[in-house]
Design a protein. Structure first.
Lengths: 302, 372
């Protein structure tokens, strides 16, 4: 019984939080951006940048806190490129996002090779505090992510800023008419999404205290799926992220279970499970997902 | 997503400017890490077009990228964004490799031809699945195709992994048995003993011609364009958006599947697990389609350019003009910047309007409302 609790309750719970937290942070980032009318498929790239710069800055300053700041700034720099391209120059948002994913992957791995060399980052680095009881210790970013959910809900639904943000995403022309600066709102939202995605990436690399190529592994896109699945609302989005995090945690744990058939023991097929579950969730149970009305469309001021 | 379709002379200038701007960004990066940018670009040009062997390497690398570019192009035309080229290419190459290894009863040239056809079908079905999920279940095709990429990678890794169904029996390596000679793509030109151009480039040109004909001259091509431009109007006009979406994604997947097969049967002698997670041709195809302005001919030229950049990276590597492994990352950045500048082409349009002079007033508005 003790073993069952350790492995399947505490262990799986811990794994769900470990895989779910970066999804929550990134999905909240996507929520800000899409609520303002800008699709941000570049979350994946911003997470990659965050993952690298968290480690790099932490090594340089010997402070995980500055590492987190560095990760957020890196995400925001890429977000600024996305904002300039899509808000100011009306570029197609998916195309710009794709460009940023390509640039982030190339640039980060370029920097990783030139700054750290082929051996990678040094083994001992300053890493965020762990909090919680002895057998359930988690990074301080985990409670922070849940606070961010509450904060996002409050900002989006209970502040004048949130109201303006939503109006810009639903009907920019009307928002413009009543004096809201559409471009400014969208820039702010996209920059916030970059900071949150950078933080999400930092969580992933701090979890193993090093950066490796492709370590974000599609989590930015899973976060986007969670955003759709949670219908652009903070709490349902968080639940979707925890579900997808649970799927990844489960996949990481099933390998050792003796009575399962061989195919279920294959680490490769188990690793495919989170993506399959994301697909099933998107295709099967999402129902009618209605995004913010103006999402994906550039706003051209007359 | 009806981007960049109508032709105008100004638009033809954008890809050229985008490439030049991206190369400048790359140059800045090289100097930023303390290397000689001029020397590195010299090595790049030399590795891309500096000799017969270099040209052969460029043609070899261009073939699969032209095919994935055509894949993204045809999906764009139907109003869909296909980021799933990687997964479709993997499904294609798994089937092509299996046929090339085991279907040795097929006589002569039919062996590799059947392998390619199998790849087109496998990639096509993988693409059609995304199209089906979009129209039947309302699932966003961008997220769906990316999830399908990861599923395809893991599935292939399972098949080729130790003890997997496609792994060579009795071997300790995570790879298949050797392809039969008749299953590999025939050589058409070999300027030196180490470089061989295979029929893949011809396949790519034939498929490009087919794609042009399909879009410009057939009924289904007309429907694809109509649905891509105005789905509601197309539906009202009696077309089935569902059918066109699924067929469009099938064609897109088939082209990417061919791309994967052409790369694998042309450059490798067996399927390898380690190759699956590093396949770049899917994302490169997006750059090719955008740079080629979503035309078949444009994809051919853009694919040749991307192939040249790829073989140029090898040139940089061979000359030690940059630290080991850095050149390929640099090419990735350059591709991304190209996509960004082609996507945000208003930048150049405003610039060229200013340079042309006098049009300032007319041009003051957003010059390319068509990007929306």
């Amino acid at each position: 019984m003790k073993e069952f609790v350790d492995v399947w309750i505490l262990g799986l719970g811990l794994a769900t939080l470990t895989y779910g937290t970066p999804l929550i942070l990134a999905a909240l980032g996507g929520l800000f951006s899409e609520r303002s009318g800008i699709v941000n498929i570049a979350l994946e790239g911003m997470m990659t940048a965050g993952a690298f710069f968290a480690i790099y800055v932490s090594v340089q300053t010997n402070s995980w806190f500055f590492g987190l700041i560095g990760a957020m700034l890196a995400g925001m720099v890429l977000a600024a490129v996305h904002a300039v391209a899509t808000v100011t120059f009306h570029a197609d948002q998916i195309v710009s996002g794709t460009a940023i994913i390509l640039i982030a992957a190339g640039l980060v791995n370029f920097l990783n090779l030139t700054l750290f060399g082929s051996e990678g980052s040094p083994p001992d680095i300053s890493s965020p505090w762990k909090v919680g009881p002895a057998d359930f210790r988690v990074s301080v970013l985990v409670p922070l992510a849940f606070l961010a959910v509450a904060g996002t809900w409050f900002v989006i639904f209970r502040t004048p800023f949130g109201l303006r943000l939503r109006s810009v995403g639903e009907h920019p022309r009307a928002a413009d008419t009543v004096g809201i600066d559409v471009a400014r709102m969208r820039y702010t939202a996209v920059l916030v999404s970059g900071a949150l995605a950078g933080l999400a990436g930092a969580f992933i690399s701090f979890n193993v205290d090093s950066y490796t190529e492709n370590m974000v592994a599609g989590n930015g896109f899973i976060a986007l799926a969670a955003l759709i699945f949670g219908k652009w609302k903070p709490v349902p989005v968080m639940m979707a992220c925890l579900l997808f995090g649970f799927a990844q945690g489960l996949a990481s744990r099933l390998g050792g279970v003796g009575w399962l058939p061989d195919a279920f023991q294959s680490p490769e097929l188990l690793n495919a499970l989170p993506y399959v579950i994301t697909l099933i969730a998107l295709a099967g149970f999402v129902g009618k997902a209605v995004p913010p009305a103006a999402v994906g469309k550039p706003y051209i001021k007359h | 997503m009806n981007l960049l379709r109508r032709f105008d002379p100004e638009a033809a200038l954008v890809p050229v400017l985008a490439v030049v701007a991206a190369m400048l960004v790359g140059m800045v990066l090289i100097y930023a890490i303390g290397y000689d940018g001029i020397y590195a670009y010299g090595s790049l040009i030399n590795g891309a077009v500096g000799s017969q062997s270099a040209i052969a390497a460029t043609m070899l690398r261009a073939a699969p990228i032209i095919l994935t570019g055509l894949s993204v192009m045809i999906a764009f035309r139907a109003g869909l964004f296909n980021i799933g080229g990687t997964g479709q290419a993997i499904m294609g190459l798994l089937v092509a490799g299996t046929i090339a290894t085991h279907f040795t009863f097929l006589p002569g040239a039919s062996h590799w031809i059947v392998a390619l056809v199998g790849a087109a079908c496998a990639g096509g079905l993988w693409g059609a699945l995304a199209g089906f999920l979009k129209v039947a279940r309302g699932a966003n095709e961008v997220v769906v195709t990316i999830m399908l990429n990861y599923v395809a990678i893991r599935f292939g890794e399972y098949l080729l992994g130790l003890g997997g169904p496609l792994q060579e029996k009795g071997s300790d390596n995570p790879s298949s048995a050797l392809f039969a000679d008749s299953g590999r793509l025939p050589k058409i030109w070999s300027p030196d003993p180490f470089t061989e151009v295979n029929i893949g480039i011809i396949v790519a040109l034939v498929v490009a011609t087919f794609a042009w004909f399909l879009v410009a001259r057939t009924s289904i091509g007309f429907q694809i364009r109509a649905v891509g431009l105005q789905p509601d109007a197309a539906e009202y006009g009696g077309m089935s958006v569902t059918k066109v979406t699924v067929i469009g994604m099938f064609m897109a997947g088939a082209f990417s599947g061919l791309g994967g097969a052409v790369q694998t049967l042309g450059e490798l002698d067996r399927l390898q697990k380690s190759e699956l997670s590093v396949i770049q041709i899917g994302f490169a195809g997006i750059a090719v389609a955008l740079l080629g302005r979503n035309t078949a001919l444009g994809c051919v030229f853009a694919g040749l350019l991307m192939g040249a950049l790829d073989s140029g990276a090898v040139g940089i590597q061979n000359d030690n003009a940059l630290p080991s492994g850095v050149a390929t990352k640099l090419i990735g950045v350059i591709q991304g910047v190209i996509v960004l500048f082609v996507g945000a082409d208003v930048i150049f349009r405003r610039l060229s309007a200013r340079v042309a002079g006098g049009f300032g007033k007319q041009r003051a508005g957003p010059a390319s409302g068509g990007v929306a």
